[in-house]
Design a protein around this ligand. Structure first.
Ligand code: ZN
Ligand code: ZN
Ligand code: ZN
Ligand code: ZN
Length: 339
């Protein structure tokens, strides 16, 4: 009996994963770069689905396309469809062209294959953050942007400040707690749920000619103070911490980020019981500011204590530095014991 031939189902979506040939990391189809090693990727028609690849970039395309959806090149010829199609063979339909030509596009096509215009995707649905170089989606642990290949953390934009920050931290011998600095849009800060991730507001480095590096070092150090404390949360809940800084569970009304003051290397005379005015907002800010001063002044307790005396600060400020100092010594001791 001859079976009635049924129309074949659409091509199943090709497997989503492949491994980077340079570093072995698993990759998603149609990423432009490997997020670990930065290798440029080519997604050709390896399974011979469309039997067509873009002449310019080598990625899989359809005969019916007028433009390469991956590199945007004009690839029109006599086979190109005169009207935009919904879903040519070998591709998926994920929505219509964002520019309104009526054709169908598949995520993550960067150009409409029918009209050639650039496409935007709701990257924030799929990724943890935004690449500071191209504004497309990236995850926190990606080193290279999968779209533009640049530094996905944005640390390249902070280089002079980070060099200084790292040098200071190692000089003061603060044990590395695995913090990760990311340049992201929004506000600078640390989410207590992700204590190691330190986000620095992109606006601080947007205008390269106006960057104040010492101020940025101060800001990063302040945020690292938050990260450090969230990471060592038991310390934050300890009696000695509470005695010096207060109760961290105290209600925290969002305070205006006066990052301008993070530049200061010297303590102000007021308020008497905190290193800076900003520190008096909340025990968490108090610790972050104390941490910043301690590290920027290279942990020289004697100098700090002398300054506290000169400025007529309260004994409790002295107590704060001592508390941090003693805790760091304890951490180093523990690290030595583990070795
Ligand atoms: Zn790789
Ligand atoms: Zn192309
Ligand atoms: Zn279009
Ligand atoms: Zn990018």
């Amino acid at each position: 009996m001859r079976r009635h031939r049924r129309k074949r189902k659409p091509e199943p979506a090709p497997p989503a994963h492949r491994r980077c040939t340079r570093c072995g990391r698993s990759l998603h189809r149609f990423w432009y770069f490997c997020p670990d090693c930065g290798k440029r990727l080519v997604w050709g028609d390896t399974r011979r689905v469309t039997r067509t690849e873009c002449y310019y970039c080598g990625w899989i395309v359809s005969d019916s396309y007028s433009y390469c959806p991956w590199c945007g090149s004009d690839i029109s010829d006599e086979a190109s469809s005169e009207t935009p199609l919904r879903r040519p063979r070998g591709f998926l339909y994920h929505g219509r062209c964002k520019r309104g030509c009526g054709g169908g596009v598949q995520y993550p096509m960067q150009y409409c294959p029918w009209c050639g215009r650039e496409q935007r995707w709701p990257y924030h649905h799929y990724f943890e953050g935004v690449c500071p170089h191209c504004d497309r989606g990236v995850d926190d642990l990606m080193d290279h942007c999968i779209w533009c290949g640049n530094d996905a953390t944005g640390q390249d934009l902070l280089r002079p400040a980070l060099r200084r920050v790292r040098r200071l931290l190692s000089k003061v011998r603060v044990p590395d707690w695995g913090y990760r600095i990311l340049v992201r849009p929004g506000v600078s800060g640390v989410d207590p749920e992700y204590p190691k991730v330190v986000e620095i507001d992109r606006r601080h480095v947007d205008r390269r000619d106006e960057i104040s590096w010492p101020r940025l070092v101060g800001l990063i150090m302040h945020e690292l103070g938050h990260s450090f404390l969230f990471h060592h949360w038991r310390f934050a809940r300890s009696a000695r911490f509470r005695k010096a800084f207060g109760d961290v569970s105290k209600a925290y009304r969002g305070v205006e980020e006066t990052w301008v003051s993070f530049r200061k290397r010297n303590m102000s005379q007021t308020p008497v019981n905190h290193v800076t005015a900003y520190a008096s907002k909340h025990p968490l800010e108090d610790f972050a500011e104390t941490f910043r001063f301690y590290v920027i002044r290279r942990g020289r307790l004697k100098d700090l204590l002398a300054e506290i005396g000169r400025k007529g600060k309260g004994v409790v400020v002295y107590e704060k530095f001592l508390t941090l100092h003693a805790y760091l010594q304890e951490l180093r001791q523990k690290a030595r014991e583990r070795e």
